[in-house]
Design a protein around this ligand. Structure first.
Ligand SMILES: CC(C)(COP(=O)(O)OP(=O)(O)OC[C@H]1O[C@@H](n2cnc3c(N)ncnc32)[C@H](O)[C@@H]1OP(=O)(O)O)[C@@H](O)C(=O)NCCC(=O)NCCS
Length: 205
């Protein structure tokens, strides 16, 4: 059988993903011209901490930079658990020339509800500041998006970003996401910027 339907039981709900096969983490290895995309692992803790302790990185994602490396390890553990539970989760981005950790990109299972959506695929990215402005979010985003659609059978993909996060909104539009409106992300006060709207995007039609 070339395609498998499999069921995930999550908090009492049954989530059905249609995939070519249930992905394992060793499946995820993508090379682009300048980047490598691979699973996050605990060895990325220092890179994650360097990125997430930078206030500018957190300016549009809740404005609460991390203070201890243990917080970064908790984030990595959370993502690794998502790999186990859902077969997806944000992937690490590394610079091909140096193998340096740059940040993360990709698909995250969202239980929701967020803006009226539940059990959906959220697309996102985050890079350490020294890697900004070189087209890396677009390059890694395109590769992760293509992989999700072609290899993981993803169909309905959504993204959201702070209304003032112009760089992120521009990246989403370059990747082919369509802006569909704004909403108040009140359910997640640690993520949103207080008093600001969050934009909502859908990939494709
Ligand atoms: C958002 C982020 C991933 C972008 O990474 P990046 O590698 O610099 O992005 P790219 O270089 O691929 O593309 C950025 C685009 O936005 C444009 N841009 C950057 N800042 C901008 C601004 N203030 N206003 C308008 N456009 C801007 C760039 O010119 C570029 O467009 P171009 O290729 O047409 O010139 C990076 O800034 C980041 O990690 N920020 C912190 C975390 C974050 O906000 N993540 C997104 C949460 S939804």
């Amino acid at each position: 059988m070339s395609e498998l339907l499999y069921l995930l039981f999550h908090f009492g709900n049954i989530v059905i993903f249609e995939r070519h096969h249930k992905p394992t983490m060793q499946d995820i290895y993508i090379e682009t011209e300048r980047l490598i995309i691979r699973p996050l692992n605990m060895g990325d803790d220092k890179g994650m901490f360097a990125m997430d302790s930078d206030p500018l990185v957190h300016k549009f994602v809740g404005n609460k930079p991390v203070e201890k490396i243990e917080q970064s390890r908790d984030t990595i553990a959370f993502v690794m658990q998502q790999y186990e539970d859902f077969g997806i989760g944000r992937w690490a981005v590394a610079e091909k020339a140096t193998n340096d950790f740059m940040g993360w990109v990709g698909h995250k299972y969202m239980k929701g509800p967020v803006n009226g959506h539940s059990d959906y695929d959220d697309f996102g990215y985050r890079l350490a500041r020294r890697f900004w402005g070189k087209g890396y979010a677009t390059e890694s985003g395109k590769a992760a998006l293509d992989y999700g659609i072609s290899n993981l059978g993803m169909k309905d993909i959504y993204a959201m970003t702070d209304i003032n996060n112009k760089a992120s909104r521009h990246v989403l539009e370059k990747l082919g996401f369509r802006y569909t409106g704004n909403f108040n992300y009140d359910a997640e006060p640690n993520w949103r910027t207080p008093g600001e709207l969050t934009t909502w995007y859908k990939y494709g039609d």
